[in-house]
Design a protein around this ligand. Structure first.
Ligand SMILES: NC(=O)c1ccc[n+]([C@@H]2O[C@H](COP(=O)([O-])OP(=O)(O)OC[C@H]3O[C@@H](n4cnc5c(N)ncnc54)[C@H](O)[C@@H]3O)[C@@H](O)[C@H]2O)c1
Length: 184
């Protein structure tokens, strides 16, 4: 288990990347607090992850656009888990927090199939959809389409939360099949 003993907060756990990340963290033995505003879906993802074990997850309502909710959710999560081991933000913080507190800060830039992406596809008419899929095929050298949350994204999130990435800090990790190498 790569995340045994780690205490982690994951935002947006009710769907897509957040849900896949929470599932993978629990599978790797972490204790996770999952935040979202879609409470019913969030509780369901957390219950499914707990059924798989060996880690443990808790769900908490938090609108991350409301600072007071973020502060109180983080306080409550830190109290419930006995601390927090994983969190991230900007490159300035990556430098300052690393030298002051030994906290690493990294960013992931994804190209991943999720309900958000599906909603976008559903909004296109047949011609626009065909054009979009053709351009995706050209733009993504690995496989010609968006990646999968569980196979392509979650393992990278596990790696970044684990001690295996202890010397990686202030980086943008592109999980996009090489999409940024090409345009058009
Ligand atoms: N999927 C991609 O390839 C991709 C690419 C670039 C950026 N992103 C970003 O990554 C994030 C996750 O994307 P996804 O594709 O998994 O989307 P998603 O729609 O599948 O999931 C987003 C989750 O965030 C929750 N959420 C929305 N507003 C919130 C708020 N104010 N407070 C707390 N939770 C909130 C939603 O309820 C939902 O559960 C988004 O910010 C998205 O813009 C995704």
């Amino acid at each position: 288990m790569q995340l045994e003993g780690k205490r982690i907060i994951v935002t947006g756990v009710a769907s897509g990347i957040g849900a896949g990340t929470l599932r993978a963290y629990v599978r790797e033995g972490a204790t996770v607090t999952g935040l979202d505003i879609a409470d019913q879906a969030g509780e369901k993802i957390v219950a499914e992850a707990n059924a798989e074990r060996p880690g443990r997850a808790h769900y908490r309502h938090c609108d991350i656009s409301a600072p007071e909710q973020v502060f109180s959710a983080f306080d409550a999560a830190a109290r419930a888990m006995g601390g927090i081991d994983v969190l991230s933000w900007t490159r300035t913080i990556a430098y300052e927090w690393a030298s002051k507190y030994n906290i690493r800060c990294n960013c992931v830039n994804p190209t991943i199939k999720t309900p958000m992406y599906q909603q976008y596809l559903d909004s296109l008419d047949a011609e626009a959809l065909a054009q979009h899929l053709a351009s995706e095929k050209r733009q993504v050298p690995l496989g010609g389409s968006m990646g999968d949350v569980d196979r392509d994204m979650a393992p990278v999130m596990v790696f970044l939360a684990s001690d295996a990435s202890r010397f990686i800090n202030g980086q943008i990790i592109c999980v996009n099949g090489g999409r940024n190498m090409l345009r058009g």
